[in-house]
Design a protein around this ligand. Structure first.
Ligand SMILES: NC(=O)c1ccc[n+]([C@@H]2O[C@H](COP(=O)([O-])OP(=O)(O)OC[C@H]3O[C@@H](n4cnc5c(N)ncnc54)[C@H](OP(=O)(O)O)[C@@H]3O)[C@@H](O)[C@H]2O)c1
Length: 278
């Protein structure tokens, strides 16, 4: 049984989902079908992952009612201008085979592209929301000042900010700024791309509890209140990663994992202030 998080627009999202970054397009339908069979009811994809079609095929083949699977996609970096964004959203919906998306995000703010104008892109997201094409809209990789700007200029806060966060990079500044505006945090790379399960402190806590290291890390995220969607190509790992609501970490365990933070040095992905790939 997966917990849910209530977003600032009143909708709910499963706190645990399945991530699809680097799931190869030709393996996506089968991989996501396995994840749905394991019990995942929240799938995170993106235009830039080139696997939305496979996600859509798996959802259709599952026979699950539409409202039982929460689907997120993200606007890719080359599509920030209004016409491109609207066209690419239509393509996303055709690929997913859906007539309504649960959540659409701006993938990266790209403050050094498009004259630094991610506010206009946020307005296009609000247009899609207004038109009823998407239930909720949010952002990804937004730094505190990026959040301030879109909220100041439109009066509308995103429902989520999807940011890199894991034991080696807690990303507290972006988390705190999100929480200040009642924006839920989605922690991407929750296992630090698999590195966190190799950490000796995580392994020691897992041994104490008789759990898998991955479960300890994912449980830490859940107890912090963040939304997560670990990715795995393996059913056994998908099952491990799904079994995190039947145990708890003590305050002492939480503090020991918090202490693994390396600050900026622990960041694995690009810095959103300078990332400019389109
Ligand atoms: N918004 C963004 O900019 C952004 C960026 C990155 C990711 N994301 C999203 O966040 C999701 C999760 O992040 P991620 O995929 O980068 O990294 P992740 O979930 O932290 O780690 C995935 C890696 O961990 C391994 N793994 C998974 N479960 C494991 C287990 N139980 N034991 C040992 N190893 C395990 C996987 O290997 P196998 O696959 O071989 O099992 C894979 O190499 C993505 O899939 C994507 O949806 C968003």
């Amino acid at each position: 049984m997966t917990a849910t998080v209530t977003l600032n627009d009143g909708t709910t999202i499963p706190q645990l989902g399945f991530g699809t970054f680097q799931v190869p397009p030709e393996e996506t339908a089968a991989t996501v079908a396995t994840a749905l069979d394991v019990g995942y009811r929240h799938i995170d994809t993106a235009q830039g992952y080139h696997n939305e079609e496979g996600v859509g095929q798996a959802i259709a083949a599952s026979g699950l009612p539409r409202d039982e699977v929460y689907v997120t996609s993200k606007l890719t970096n080359s599509m920030h201008e209004r016409d491109d964004a609207l066209r690419s959203f239509d393509e996303t919906m055709a690929k997913l085979g859906l007539d309504r998306l649960d959540l659409f995000l701006i993938h990266w703010p790209l403050p050094t592209r498009y004259d630094g104008d991610f506010v206009s892109t946020w307005k296009v997201m609000l247009e899609l929301l207004e038109a009823g094409r998407v239930t909720s809209v949010g952002v990804s990789n937004f730094q505190p000042d990026h959040l301030e700007r879109i909220i100041d200029e439109t009066g509308v806060a995103p429902v989520v900010n999807q940011i890199e966060a894991h034991p080696f990079f807690r990303n507290e500044a972006a988390r705190a700024a999100s929480h200040e505006h009642a924006i839920a945090v989605e922690a991407w790379g929750p296992l630090a791309k698999g590195e966190a399960v190799k950490d000796s402190e995580i392994q020691a806590i897992a041994a104490d509890l008789g759990r898998e290291p991955s479960q300890v890390v994912l449980r830490w995220h859940v107890q912090r209140g963040d939304i997560i969607f670990p990715k795995s190509m393996h059913r056994e790992r998908m099952e491990q990663n799904f079994q995190i609501f039947d145990f708890g970490l003590s305050d002492e365990h939480m503090a020991r994992i918090d202490a693994l933070d390396r600050g900026e040095a622990g960041r694995q992905g690009p810095n959103p202030d300078t990332f400019d790939a389109v």
